[in-house]
Design a protein around this ligand. Sequence first.
Ligand code: BES
Ligand code: MN
Ligand code: ZN
Length: 494
Amino acid sequence: MNFELKTLSLSAAAAHPCDLLVVLVPEGFKPRADALSSLAAHALKAGDLDTKAGKLLPLYAPLGVSARRVALLGCGDGTARAVRQAVLAAGAMIKAPSVRRLALVFAAAPQAGAVGAAVRAVSEASYVYTATKSKAEPRALARVAVGVADAAAARAEFATATALVAGTEYAREWANRPANHATPTLVGQAAKALAKHPGIQCKVHGPAEVARLGMGAFLAVARGSEEPLRFIELRYEGAGKTQAPVVLVGKGITFDTGGISIKPAAEMDEMKFDMGGAASVLGVFRALADLRPAINVVGLIPACENMPDGRAVKPGDVVTSMSGQTIEILNTDAEGRLVLCDALAYAARFKPAVVIDIATLTGACVIALGGLRSGLFASDDGLAERLLAAGDAALDPCWRMPLDDEYAEGLKSNFADVANVAGRAGGSITAAKFLQRFVGNTPWAHLDIAGTAWKGGAAKGATGRPVGLLVHYLLGIEAAGSARKPARRAARVG
Ligand code: BES
Ligand code: MN
Ligand code: ZN
């Protein structure tokens, strides 16, 4: 799908050749003398068009417009959020097999973030999963023109949004693939494929190397599976080697049966999405390949299956993590924190500025926050604020949760340094407290995306979240860096 940003007045939009022309009409819309303006003004006056976000008035071949199909689409107050909501409401029209060329035109100057939101919503609405369908129709939509009064003003957010489309769709694609089509080996190959882009490097370690590193917790989870584990190490270098990287760690459980502490059968298929954190790391790197920001990023993905087997780890087993801490595995279904704790310990060797892990970690987080906001845990207030703001800007929001030390009480063990589960109460917090033991003093954040990485029910499928949040956060680091640079340069000259 190819996006193009164009300077288009409504009269120019009327002459634009396409299969579907969508006109975004905000509250307080001021019509001009052109055909589309009159149509919209007329329809508003007659009460057939409403400017509430998502209200749609489909038209057929109206006079003076070259597109056969036209839709007037209310976009409320015109904020990024309202525009997203509007475009998603028109999703069925945009997704129609006959629409190859779409034009989406803002009838009034867009608010900050609205162009990016429109681009991303078109992708969100039109993505189709085809990888394991024998007769699936691929996405018909090939070209999308986004028309605004002043293209230059929206250029930067447009570029971010198109990169985010590529990254989010990459994440959705890998998270959607069933576990037999997204094994740790195949996820490793997907990461390797990203290294064909300039600036990205990838190493994939197998079981022997992981054993040599002493990752006893990760190895314990992988023991029950015939599929060999992979430890994936991605690097993006956009700044000098002296700049400390942000390390992203993504939970890559390609299928979570629960292991010997086996899960009930209902909805167990959804545990193919348990590598949503890993998929989001792949998606971020896909977006970085397009954006090439002046920062350094490392991506770490411990990938394996969690299966019951004669060799599987058993409740009560004690293992030694890479950090040296011993762990009593009281519940083999709390496996995410076991693979993550070794990856977090490994992260220290990059001397990171920040470590962020992303994981479909706990059902308790779904109970706490539902599907709207990801759970955010952070050891550093500044980092928490930046991630909250990035989530708001990207329309990929999160919500801060507490990390008081008292929450770690329940993780005490009579047989090891720490147990891998506490009681049921505050389950997403005790999971975060477990992870925190393995981070050290680096500013750290943990995103529990168990409620946000995929949707269940009829719309079952991966969302690609939180690629938007993470990329906005990373671009914010770049912007802060370049804001400081001129001052430093001036100081040197003086
Ligand atoms: N992958 C699951 C978390 C999960 C469950 C995500 C349901 C989304 C929906 C994780 O590995 C897990 O099983 N967590 C357990 C932890 C418990 C044993 C302490 C859970 O949440 O039940
Ligand atoms: Mn589990
Ligand atoms: Zn899991």
